[in-house]
Design a protein around this ligand. Structure first.
Ligand SMILES: [Zn+2]
Length: 201
């Protein structure tokens, strides 16, 4: 009978420092099954409120009309979106994880950004005002929070910084970061649960 009251013995929790290493290592090889992960980039969110977006197309498809998702851009109704990395510092390390998010730009900035991106010199544009077009955390997060798109040289994925202090990730992004175990919990909330078993093995 006593057994009923015994706590189920789960696997031993991975220490924070090791979890942080697994989250940020490029090509981390899972100890139990040899799966290779880039866990820092494992979260790729859909544009907010778009439960069943059309299949992803090459970037040239953005030139057409109607709702479309391409490798780096999207258009939904009147909203034009760019894919971006939202960095979160991993506490007690010099590393970050990068959530794959969407950001809404003005039509003018969207056009300027795409031309500059094609030339590889989008970094010369400086910061562009943008709205975070993703709900983080998935369950309770606000939507359309203010931020900036920071373009990166060489056509690389731009970075999104939250500037709205009311956003739950604002403090973590600006200073201090998040503990590795909290990032793993956020990953789970954002639907990247399939990689967690490897990180926790
Ligand atoms: Zn594994």
């Amino acid at each position: 009978m006593l057994r009923l009251f015994k706590r189920a013995k789960g696997p031993k929790p991975v220490p924070e420092a090791e979890l942080a290493r697994r989250l940020t290592a490029s090509g981390y090889r899972c100890a139990c099954c040899d799966t290779v992960l880039d866990a820092a980039y494992a979260v790729r969110l859909r544009p907010f409120g778009w439960a069943q977006p059309p299949a992803q197309q090459p970037d040239s498809a953005i030139e057409g009309t109607g709702d479309v998702i391409t490798d780096h851009y999207a258009r939904r109704g009147r909203d034009v979106l760019v894919r971006a990395h939202l960095p979160i510092p991993v506490r007690d390390t010099d590393d970050h994880v990068f959530l794959g998010v969407w950001a809404n730009l003005s039509t003018g900035d969207f056009a300027r950004f795409r031309s500059a991106q094609a030339r590889g010199d989008a970094d010369r544009l400086g910061d562009l005002a943008a709205w975070l077009y993703a709900r983080i955390p998935a369950s309770s997060g606000p939507v359309l929070n203010k931020g900036v798109i920071v373009p990166v040289a060489g056509g690389a994925m731009p970075v999104f910084w939250i500037t709205d202090p009311k956003h739950p990730l604002h403090a973590a992004q600006q200073d201090g970061g998040m503990a590795a175990s909290d990032i793993v919990a956020l990953y789970e909330d954002l639907g990247a649960g399939d990689i967690l078993s490897h990180l926790r093995a």
